[in-house]
Write a protein that binds this ligand. Structure first.
Ligand SMILES: [Zn+2]
Length: 73
């Protein structure tokens, strides 16, 4: 077998700020393990100060994600 994953999936979190100028900020985890998973990327973003609601069923408040600059807390 010489099959390999040529390009890894990389997840990013994008800021959903819609007030004023749309925000271009995105977050990408700093390691391949977290980058390759939607859930781990969101967890890493929370750790980095992003306002990222927990997954559904864990007290999710809003469908929007915000960068540290635009979070509403
Ligand atoms: Zn933002």
């Amino acid at each position: 077998m010489s099959t390999f994953l040529a390009q890894k999936p990389i997840y990013r979190v994008k800021c959903d700020n819609k007030i004023g100028q749309p925000c271009e900020a995105t977050f990408e985890a700093d390691n391949d393990f977290d980058r390759g998973s939607d859930r781990m990327t969101r967890q890493a973003a929370r750790g980095a100060g992003w306002d990222v609601p927990p997954p559904r069923g864990e007290g999710s408040r809003s469908p929007f994600d915000f960068c540290p600059e635009h979070k509403r807390r």
